[in-house]
Write a protein that binds this ligand. Structure first.
Ligand code: FES
Length: 125
């Protein structure tokens, strides 16, 4: 679903339809088109900027659309194997261990997960 500067809420999809392997989406942060990942966790939906904290590469750069490891427990970067917890975005293994994926703000409206563009925090983060 396209986003405009005049529409700070970008509705992604219903909570019950978040796929177990994650949902990729694009969004606009200021003048920049970015990529995000929406995942379901035990604590609810979480969205992360699709950019590794080791190098500024998409997590699925070497395998488009693949975000999780084989046992579906962690988000993994296909470049060098950084492994992130999907609930808090913390890297628990790999070259950027201890760093954290950039969180994207979400709101839920009538059961639909929406990106809250008014609270993205700016594209320089
Ligand atoms: S770019 Fe992701 S681990 Fe190196």
């Amino acid at each position: 679903m396209p986003t405009t500067h005049a529409d700070p809420l970008q509705c992604l999809l219903p909570v019950v339809e978040i796929p177990p392997f994650g949902y990729a989406f694009s969004y606009r942060d200021g003048p920049v088109e970015e990529q995000g990942i929406l995942v379901m966790t035990p604590g609810g939906p979480r969205a992360w900027k699709n950019q590794c904290r080791h190098l500024a590469l998409p997590l699925d750069g070497d395998a488009p659309g693949r975000f999780f490891d084989r046992d579906q427990r962690h988000l993994v970067c296909t470049a060098h194997g950084a492994c992130y917890r999907p609930d808090d975005g913390v890297c628990i293994a790999g070259p950027c261990r201890g760093s954290r994926l950039r969180a994207l703000p979400l709101v839920i409206r009538a059961g639909v997960v929406c990106l809250d563009g008014a609270h993205l925090g700016g594209f320089f983060r």
